[in-house]
Every structure is written in C-alpha cells, then in structure tokens.
Ligand binder design. Structure first.
Ligand SMILES: C[S@@+](CC[C@H](N)C(=O)[O-])C[C@H]1O[C@@H](n2cnc3c(N)ncnc32)[C@H](O)[C@@H]1O
Length: 471
C-alpha cells in the first residue's frame, strides 16, 4: 500500500483536522495513520492506483489550506533503530556503526530505480534533505538530528549517488550557523520551486519523524505561498489588523464540506469586510456572495475581487457586483431567498481592535450586549437562507482581559437555540492519539480549535455548525 507524507501548516492541529475532514468526505477517501506536529502520514483508499495520481495530489495540495508539501513515502525506519544509530551519548561504537550501516542499507535500496526516489542516474544530480521532527522543541532534534543525522545523510547520499555513477552531485547546504545552534527549519516551499526540486534529477528527500520512527519520502507537490501572499498583500484594499490569513480562509471554506461541483455552490460571507474569505472562495471556484453594513468595506471587496479576476485573466461574470451588498447581517432574509446558500463562511464582528487588554467588565459588556445579540440574529437568519444540512464555519473571539482571564461568546448555546448542531472538527475514532502530551488531542471530539499568535488579545476560535431539521 502506497503511503504519502503531508507536511502540515504552522497550526498543526487545524491542519490535521482539515486533512482528516478532506479524507473523510471528499472523493479522495483515505485515513491519517500516523502524525506528529509537522507531518501526517496518509493512506488513500484508491488514489494511489490512478496512473495520474500526481495530478490528483496537486489538486489536493491546491485545495488544502494547511498543507505545505505532499511527498511519497518510500520506506520507514523505526525510532529504536534511529536512536541506536544516533544516540544522545555514544558508548558502544561498534553497535552505532552497525546500526548506521543498517540505515544506509535502507537508503541505498530506495535511492535509485523505477520505484526509487530517483528513477535513474543522471549526469548531474541535486538533492536537499529536510528533517521534520516530531516537535521542534525536541532536544533530540536540536542536538542530534540537526548536528549529526543531517550531515550523515548529506554525506552518505552523495556517496551513494557517486558510486552509482552520477558524475556531478550537489546537495542543499543549510547555513552553518543554524546547524551549529540546532535551530533549523527544513527548506520552505518557495525553495523547492527556486531549486527546481520537482524535476526528475533533483529532489527534496524528506525524513519525517513521528513517535514511531522516521518516514523517508520524496516531495511531489508544494504549496505556492508566493501566489497566496500576493493576493493577500497586493490586493488594493486590506487591513491586516482585522483580516484572517489566506490559509485560515481556505481551511474554513474546506470545513463546509463542499468538495464536488464547487463552481455551482453558493457561499455567503455576511461580515465580508475587505473580502479575504471572498477572494479565496473565488480562487477555489465557489460562487461567492458578501454582505457588510459598512458601505466602504463592500466597495473595497468589489474592487479587490475585480483586481483578482484581472490577475487571473478571467472575465467579470454578469451582475457580479450585485452579489456584494451593503446590508445588515441581522436581516439576511430581506434580500436573499430562503434555502439559497450551500454554506456560510465568516469572521463576524469580533469587537474593537484592542491595543491593550480590556478590563474584564468592559469585555463582558461587549460580549453580552453586542456580540451575543448580533450572533444570535445572524444564526437565526442563516438558518433560513441555508439549504438543509448545510454548514456555517465561523470564527468566534476569545478576549484576554487585564485580570488574566479569557472571555468568550457562548456560541454553542446560540447555535443550538437556532437549530444548528456543533460538528466536531476532529473525530478521534479516525485517528490514533499520541502518548506525548504536546501531541495529544484531549477530547474524543474536538468541538473547536484556536488560531492565535502568542500575546494576541483577541484569539480566533473556529467552529463548524450544521443546520439541523426542526423536529
Ligand atoms: C472582523 S471584520 C471581517 C474581516 C474580514 N474577514 C476581512 O477579511 O476583511 C467584521 C466585519 O463585519 C462588519 N459588520 C459588523 N456588524 C455587522 C452587521 N450587523 N451586519 C453586517 N456586517 C457587519 C464590519 O463592518 C466588519 O467589516
């Protein structure tokens, strides 16, 4: 059975939840069989049998917001063998030497050949080794893997390629100061493009660690972060302090579970702002609609979308501007028909942009008197405009207050009151949990996940709700 390694985005829990949801509900069914904070190991039910599966992997790469790279796995070495060959302290030299030879044997067998990392020997070859640890703050990574395993792999793979007949072989050299300090990031997706590592005679070879061992894989597809960054940063109107990241927008859209015929699915962002979700929904082929009570924001979204369509060399569909309305999200049924939408994806009003933590009473008043009533009316209206069993994916704020507490909207209660049920982001019946506390999912069903940077006063909590039928 072929296995694939997915390099996860920076919020690994959210990335795993997105990937698992995709594997459960899209046409490319599969399962995550192992994971760490950096990689997920995937077995597909059928995809690998398709002779053009690389095209499908490219599609998956494009659809997922929390996936940096997809690589095909060639072999696996268990963690005990690695630790015997690269112990924290060397006592038995002979044994170390013997187990290192064992590792080299594995690499030697998979490096060249029809089913190998390189299909054949070329005159000139280039490779880059990327090590993804179980966790970045793992001492074994900084002290042993970066300082000893990486140089070992570079030297030995180079040697193997030479012995097999490559005339000129080079490898990607990480900055020496990073190797010395043990503080090393594997090469970024833009490096893969720059160094042409998807060409046959060049490769990124990934050593992806989990608690179980190391998966050896070759990268087949990579995210194009420059393109997303360009859309995010070069669009005419933006407000970084209030906008979500492109990755998060894409992940949210995927949680709507609309993987088939996206071009026919109507999505609404009723708090559209400058249109981050709208722009990425358009890029992902959805029919997007937006509402904002601020006229300036609606105009900005329309201008941003025109800019994107021009960039993509696509025509503006007829009556397109009419899809973006300067209206109030509390009265959606005044201007949209019942059962019109296939999904609602939004980051609603989160409150003011605090530069300092508010007093608890201040934040509580905001939540109780403004946000709760607003969210309640938005849920009530969304129920009517959504088709049966369709979903809302939304962000809800967690506000850190001066006294050290957090305050949040009781979004589940509001949703339930309006006949929506919470959809867990992750179901542990599908994934084997881990023993390491830092890698464990604490609950059987993860009801929400947080996306936040250190020190953020307002953290974003992501929820999915499904419209239930009134009994
Ligand atoms: C957090 S921002 C959304 C930012 C957006 N994700 C972006 O990329 O720009 C919330 C937006 O909700 C709008 N808003 C607040 N209350 C509203 C209401 N009752 N109806 C419609 N829009 C509202 C605000 O004008 C603001 O643009």
């Amino acid at each position: 059975m072929e296995r694939f390694l997915f390099v996860l985005g920076s919020n690994w829990q959210l990335s795993i939840a997105e990937l698992d949801n995709y594997l459960n509900y899209s046409q490319n069914k599969g399962k995550i069989i192992d994971y760490s904070a950096n990689v997920a190991i995937v077995e597909f039910e059928e995809l690998h049998q398709d002779p053009y599966y690389i095209n499908k992997l490219m599609e998956i790469q494009f659809i997922l917001g929390g996936c940096q790279k997809i690589a095909k796995i060639y072999d696996f070495i268990d963690i005990n063998t690695i630790k015997d060959a690269f112990p924290a302290h060397i006592n038995k030299f002979k044994y170390v030497e013997k187990t290192r030879k064992k590792i080299l044997n594995v690499i030697d067998n998979l490096i060249i050949g029809k089913t190998g990392i390189f299909p054949k020997i070329y005159e000139s070859m280039f490779f880059a080794v990327s090590i993804y640890p179980n966790l970045y703050d793992d001492e074994y990574y900084t002290n042993i893997l970066v300082k000893h395993f990486l140089p070992f792999l570079n030297k030995e793979i180079m040697e193997i390629l030479k012995q097999k007949g490559a005339e000129k072989t080079l490898y990607y050299q990480y900055p020496q100061k990073n190797i010395k300090s043990g503080n090393l990031n594997p090469i970024f997706p833009h490096h893969i493009i720059k160094y042409e590592l998807l060409k046959e005679h060049r490769a990124e070879i990934i050593f992806g660690f989990t608690e179980e061992g190391v998966y050896i894989a070759r990268t087949f597809t990579t995210d194009d972060p420059n393109f997303k960054k360009r859309i995010d940063e070069e669009r005419p109107y933006k407000e970084f302090k209030s906008a979500i990241s492109p990755k998060l927008a894409i992940i949210m859209l995927n949680f709507l579970n609309l993987f088939k015929n996206r071009e026919k699915k109507r999505i609404l962002d009723p708090f559209v702002g400058n249109g981050t979700i709208a722009l990425f929904a358009l890029l992902q082929d959805f029919q997007i609609y937006g509402v904002d009570r601020d006229d300036k924001k609606v105009k900005n979204t329309i201008r941003n979308i025109h800019w994107l369509l021009e960039l993509l060399d696509e025509e503006i569909p007829p009556f397109f501007n009419k899809r973006f309305l300067n209206k109030d999200a509390r009265n959606l049924t005044d201007f949209f028909e019942h059962y019109f939408f296939d999904g609602v994806c939004t980051e609603p009003e989160l409150g003011p942009f605090y530069t300092e933590k508010p007093y608890y009473t201040q934040a509580k008043e905001l939540v109780d008197t403004k946000l709760m009533p607003l969210y309640n009316e938005f849920f009530r209206e969304s129920y009517k405009i959504l088709k049966p069993n369709c979903r809302i994916c939304l962000i809800s704020p967690i506000i850190s207050t001066l006294d050290g507490n957090d305050i949040e909207v009781n979004i589940e209660k509001i949703a339930n009151k309006n006949n929506f049920t919470n959809v867990p982001l992750l179901d542990l019946n599908r994934i084997n949990n881990k023993s390491n506390q830092k890698l464990r999912f604490r609950k059987q069903h993860t009801k929400a996940l947080i996306d936040a940077k250190k020190g953020q006063i307002i953290k974003r909590k992501l929820y999915i709700f499904e419209k239930s039928e009134i009994k």
